[in-house]
Design a protein around this ligand. Structure first.
Ligand SMILES: *Cc1c(COP(=O)(O)O)cnc(C)c1O
Length: 380
């Protein structure tokens, strides 16, 4: 009987220690139902961390994106520009209001939306008098997009910017925290993100009126009245008080989580540096990522094997790794949507592999991953 080695996951949850105590506090106060003092405190602490004054805690990052579309009053058939290299939730939210995504390729220097392509696209839209309803820019794998350029371009064309920072809590850009850019920003506390509430999200903005409206829509759109009175369609999108207690505990260890994931990345960089045909996600000079996932590119002509061979070799040793997000413009569900560019992220998708990056990884775990990648190399 062969003994199966312990599984190494891509990005599992990692509790900090005080979460259970905070959950017990929530139980003791009998605030089990949606909302309550833990939700208020979690929102306040997130605002302090990101240095943005208003936020509302929600059931998911996807719900936050949907609300952002509603708050900007994006109408059916309008186009919304979106990073093509992302998780599908970024683009799905656009379709929830009947609007249509149009995708923009990434910049090889950051793997985030290419500001030059965005400008080309907005100029082309302006020329035919069809400005998009918004631009959703994703902070990929924990690294902020180039907001100095992107904010400038969105301002020039008067198109509202939404920052999908679901993967980037804890990152910085030009001295500001991820989530501080655009009209509104979105965070996710899904189980695989850098901190988690098991499931949850947040919408954050410097516009207090926007967040007040978001809260209203997310709480079934109840008009002020002693009975249930409704003049809008509402949603059940708030975070529960129990989950907010977990989030508060997690936020306390966020900076430690960033430091540990950074250590993982640096370990991989040193250990894999001697191999031919391996590159890492570039780090832009304008900020620091949260190192959510370490992502490598494997060039088969130099490495001697392709990405899939390496992924399967890791899987055979009970190690989870994943190809880079498949670009949205290649997804069957978005067939027919326009895309500007696409060849950069298609190349990244072909060669990219996300390595196990959890904050509980031991040096032994890292060495196991590295050993298998090294032995897959058939260069020379
Ligand atoms: C995880 C993720 C989301 C969705 O967040 P959920 O909380 O899982 O709904 C949205 N956008 C990006 C880029 C993500 O990685």
């Amino acid at each position: 009987m062969s003994l199966k080695k312990e599984r190494i996951y891509l990005s599992p949850p990692h509790m900090g220690g005080v979460e259970l105590k905070l959950v017990q506090e929530a139980f003791a106060s009998n605030w089990i139902a949606p909302l309550g003092p833990m939700v208020d405190a979690f929102e306040k602490e997130m605002c302090e961390y990101v240095c943005v004054p208003h936020a509302t805690a929600l059931s998911s990052g996807t719900a936050a994106l949907h609300l952002a579309m509603l708050l900007l009053d994006i109408k059916a058939e309008v186009e919304v520009l979106c990073s093509t290299l992302t998780f599908s939730a970024s683009a799905n939210a656009i379709t929830y209001v009947g609007a249509r995504p149009a995708f923009i390729d990434c910049d090889r220097k950051t793997w985030n939306m290419d500001p030059e392509l965005l400008e080309e696209e907005l100029a082309a839209c302006a020329a035919i008098g069809r400005n998009p309803g918004a631009v959703i820019v994703v902070d990929l794998y924990g690294q902020c997009a180039d907001y100095r350029r992107i904010e400038e371009i969105c301002r020039k064309y008067e198109v509202p910017l939404i920052e999908d920072s679901a993967e980037a809590l804890g990152a910085t850009c030009n001295g500001k925290k991820a989530g501080a850019f655009g009209k509104m920003a979105v965070f996710s506390f899904n189980g695989n993100k850098i901190i988690t509430t098991s499931g949850g999200g947040m919408l954050i903005s410097s516009d207090g009126e926007m967040i007040r409206k978001a809260r209203f829509l997310a709480t079934q759109a109840r008009d002020p009245a002693p009975h249930y009175e409704h003049s809008h369609i509402g949603y059940n999108y708030r975070m529960s008080n129990i989950l907010a207690a977990i989030g508060r505990g997690q936020l306390k260890v966020l900076d430690e989580r960033v430091a540990t994931r950074r250590r993982n990345c640096e370990y991989y960089k040193v250990a894999l540096s001697e191999l031919p045909g391996i590159e890492f996600m570039p780090i832009a000079s304008y900020g620091s990522p949260n190192y959510w996932l370490t992502v490598i590119l494997i060039s088969p002509e130099r490495f001697g094997m392709d990405r899939e061979v390496v992924r399967l070799a890791l899987e055979a040793e009970n190690i989870e790794s994943r190809p880079i997000w498949k670009p949205m413009h290649l997804q069957p569900v978005f067939r027919g949507c326009r895309a500007r560019g696409g060849s950069v992220c298609e190349d990244l998708f072909k060669r990219g592999l996300c390595l196990p990056s959890g904050s509980q990884m031991t040096y032994n775990d890292l060495e196991r991953v590295v050993g298998i990648i090294k032995s897959s190399c058939k260069a020379g």
